[in-house]
Ligand binder design. Structure first.
Ligand SMILES: *Cc1c(COP(=O)(O)O)cnc(C)c1O
Length: 428
């Protein structure tokens, strides 16, 4: 399938070319030319997630250079479970945090790593990633010790949780972690300038793994498909989702799943005090803002990068507002949702997941009917310093996370300048 740029000023390209490039040459984001339609009643009951992934993504990759490798890519990338837990009374929890870095970013990062390995042809690749937490770890883990690849992770010093920092600092080898003396915006700006300039000698092909890549969206359709199909087969009703949202990457995959005919009901975006989307869906003009710090730090986004894709599919405010709903919650609401979920179900949720828990509770209090799944985007132990005091218990770390956190710190501190970053990378 061919891909188009949202800005319409670049020629269409094959899907694997869109994955290679990340951003389109006109500065737009790649979108599939059209979304395939499928009939849930006729769709085969696949044995497991990798098999479902290969057949679903196979529709997009039909005729593409990556098509033959897709079953292998999916088997390697989607090698962990995605439980849909029932909480009773139509409420569910879709757990996306059983991958190696305990956040949903593992799905896309691992898929992208496998796909790029197929596409690289032995050419050395340097993957740049600016992170405010989970993306950097997922990308670093997906490429760690992979021959031919180097990863440079840039994170803002002192602005991410201690556990997130320990995680990123511990990779080493082909992963170069740079602790930037600046904010997340500085890290993003540095990645953009480096990508825009000529690749310095020795770094090979420079690319980015930030959420602008279509390769970050497509793999995420798979878990929505699996959950919605399983639910629909069991009760013949669609499943609605409440999605903790920052850059809209995860939610957009759900929008695509529904547009493809999968049994997805309502799609509700849960945002934190960065309420640009909530305000827009409540009727205000879309107005990006500088990001504010909250407890759900991976969602501290004031200008969601994927809004441009949403606009491409829904050019009119009216149709866009009819397709999705959104609500925002405060840090106090997040704390209360963490406490309440622990009290009622004995389940600890991370601050991001808690935003969706709070939004669903509000909907139910207003009498919202139907079956809903809260999308659990990260393991609570990743944010132990917030969650543990609220529930009064210590949380065991998932084994992969415990192993990652035990590694010695190897990050390099750099000034927020292109020269400093390049010098650190060449010294490696
Ligand atoms: C990245 C992230 C989000 C936000 O996802 P988007 O795709 O940017 O909307 C939510 N929760 C967690 C834990 C994350 O890491």
């Amino acid at each position: 399938m061919r891909c188009l740029s949202t800005r319409g000023k670049s020629p269409p390209v094959a899907l694997s070319e869109a994955l290679r490039r990340g951003l389109a040459p006109d500065g737009g984001l790649y979108v599939p030319e059209r979304l395939p339609r499928l009939d849930p009643a006729a769709w085969p009951d696949h044995r497991d997630l990798p098999e479902l992934a290969a057949s679903l993504l196979g529709i997009f990759f039909a005729g593409d250079a990556l098509r033959p490798a897709l079953p292998r890519i999916c088997r390697t990338a989607f090698a962990f479970p995605v439980p849909l837990r029932s909480l009773g009374q139509g409420d569910h929890l879709l757990e996306l945090f059983h991958g190696p870095t305990a956040a949903f970013k593992d799905f896309a990062a691992r898929f992208l790593a496998e796909a790029w390995c197929e596409l690289a042809d032995g050419e050395p690749v340097t993957v740049l990633v600016a992170t405010s937490g989970d993306t950097g770890a997922a990308v670093a883990a997906a490429f760690h010790r992979r021959p031919g690849f180097r990863v440079a992770v840039l994170y803002p010093e002192g602005r991410i949780s201690p556990r997130q920092a320990a995680h990123l600092d511990g990779f080493g080898e082909n992963v170069c972690t740079l602790r930037v003396a600046g904010g997340f915006d500085d890290c993003q700006r540095l990645v953009k300038t480096l990508l825009a300039g000529a690749a310095p000698p020795g770094l090979g092909w420079l690319t980015s793994a930030n959420s602008i890549s279509l390769g970050r969206l497509l793999p995420q359709i798979v878990y929505y498909a699996q959950a919605a199909l399983a639910h629909w087969r069991a009760v013949r009703r669609p499943l609605s989702f409440v999605i903790p949202t920052g850059n809209l990457g995860n939610a957009l995959a759900c929008v695509m799943a529904r547009a493809m005919g999968l049994p997805v009901g309502e799609i509700v975006l849960a945002v934190n005090a960065n309420r640009v989307l909530a305000d827009f869906f409540a009727g205000s003009t879309y107005r990006p803002q500088p990001a504010r710090c909250t407890l759900a730090n991976a969602m501290d986004v004031g200008a969601p990068s994927n809004f441009e894709r949403l606009r491409h599919w829904f050019p009119e405010d009216r149709t866009l507002r009819a397709a999705l709903r959104a609500d925002w919650v405060s840090d106090a609401d997040v704390r209360e949702a963490i406490r309440a979920t622990w009290r009622r179900f004995g389940i600890a949720v991370c601050p991001h997941t808690a935003t969706a828990v709070a939004v669903l509770a509000r909907l139910r209090a207003r009498g919202e009917p139907g079956d809903f799944a809260v999308v659990a985007t990260a393991h609570p132990a990743k944010f132990a310093e917030i969650v543990e005091p609220l529930i009064g218990e210590s949380l065991p770390l998932p084994p992969a996370l415990a192993e990652a956190l035990a590694r010695p710190a190897r990050a390099i501190r750099v000034a927020a300048s292109e020269v400093a970053v390049l010098a650190a990378l060449s010294a490696q």
